[in-house]
Ligand binder design. Sequence first.
Ligand SMILES: [Zn+2]
Length: 655
Amino acid sequence: MRNYVAVSCLVLLGSFLPARGQSPPASISSCAAKLLRPAESLKSEGVFADQNIDVGYYRLDLTLQPASSSLRGSVLVRCTSLVDSLTQISLDLNGGMKVDSVTSGSARLSFSQYPLGLIVTLDRTYRRGEMVTLVVVYGGLPAATGYGSFEFASQGSSPWIWSLSEPTGAPDWWPCKDTPTDKPDSVDIVVTCPSPLKVGSNGSLVEVRDNGNGTLTYHWAERYPIATYLVSLAVADYVVLTDWFHYSPTDSMVILNYVLPTSLVSAIQPLGFVPSMLQFFSDKYGLYPFIREKYGHAQFGWGGAMEHQTMTSTSNFTEGTLAHELAHHWFGDMITCANWPSLWLNEGFATYSEALWQEWRHGEAVYRADMRDMMPNAKAATGTLYVQDTSTVATLFAYDRVYAKGAWVLQMLRHVLGDSTFFRTMRAYADDPRFRFKSATTEGFQSVCEETAGTAMGWFFSEWVFGEGYPHYLFSWKVAKVADGFDVTVTLRQKNPGSNPAFFTMPVDIALSSPERDTTVVAFNSVNGESFHYLLPFRPSDVSLDPGLWLLREASIDSGGLPVSFTLDQNFPNPFNPGTTITYHMAQRAGITLAVYDLLGRSIATLAHGTSEPGTHTVQWNGTDNAGRRAASGVYICRLTSEAATLTRAMILLR
Ligand SMILES: [Zn+2]
């Protein structure tokens, strides 16, 4: 999912847009909140999410009535009993939907409806492993919770209807067991609507039937496992743009785009990228998971986009949005976060995949810029990446956290593992039978990382997924001449504002450079205040930490109270008569000469010569030369020299 609510809201307000990478100002957040529906409190899953059954199949057979903003129809639920004696089944369904009947075969079943669900008493007791089929006939005005789980709108004079169930809005319009951990293997979505509206939905289009009464029936069949929140429909007077993904010399998959006539001009060019995106992500993560069906887009009216399985719903067709939603088909749709606190497994992965697409298409510099733009948001993430508060869509889908920081955590994992192991890990995760077409938790993903990396990775996930904040590095360095080169000592400290964790174990790149040469080394920093020694064939004049910006971090020179560089202050007082004070600062121990010259370059007085310790030093000049004579009025140059640099200041003596 990508949320542009704040942006569309800005248009309404005529306010200003935040620059990329900046947090929207507070006024926008509150504005976004106003667009949300009341009763925002989210459940972590369906209230019932009946643990006694395993659902294998749903058939939704719905008739949309735009004139009354209502729908009527039936949902067939086929499930298997997971208990020894199953006598009732609970389904999640918003009480706004009135149930007319529930049947099982020819038996009419009794049921009780509650505000958030339906409890059905079965015709007999079902044993473990036995299959039960229910048909719920119902209808009403669907509620629109979250970001608007079911909307009746219009486009010109024509109806425009769509669903957006993520995270827990599916029961607002159809009865189901609403949890990402119980995906049916198969769903049929049969929708009847006024002609000539077209219906976009999941899976393959089996049939379009003209009912001869001014209505059309669209039958879509999804034959891959699908989470209930990904079951969708989008209905409007669309133009259908068809394209193809040629994934082998002999095989192709259709791409169906349902676009409003008014958006055709802006949609056609970016939609042209989709076959290359399908190829790119197939190369990275394994062949597009729903290859026997299709990919596509259906335009909807919510100000963002949503990765509805095999048919993304979107309000815009920008390249970034298209890449994000397509990447979700591996991470989100094929492998779904097992619970909403683990949402970063969907959103962090899709957001990072967007950056990978940029890297592939536009080069590393654009990838770097993309990640750098996201950095302030990732740093602004509150709490842990594992979402503690899933009570509203605003907290669950907070951009800074699950999107920006989620993507940054994957970039850091790439840095920790190295490119080859990182991409092997992503591929192995997508291929893993424990998660493929099922759901996953952070621990599941971690286990794949550990298998590919061949090492324990708990420290990384504890810090970055279950911990808060990011490290604030203070670093210092010194150089000593040794027999066979230069011994460079780099010391890393962390002064982190938070305590969870108080210290981040991470590999940190350190660049050591002189004007002529440079080298980058990796310090695996696992202890606070750790020092690393490097023997170099040259004397570095500069040391920088994480120059490639791989880490979410702050970094500054650790002065430890000492000067951070070799500097010469302006003398004081100046002009002066008869004496003045000269102050200089040493970052490290070195041989120096401090001397006064006239403007012709003649040496007047030597004030200091020899080894000077790190720290701040003051020297008096009483206005006399080396022979003890009073110097004349005029401008003098104070010059401080060391092996590394020469610093000068002009001083004025007024007699
Ligand atoms: Zn997303």
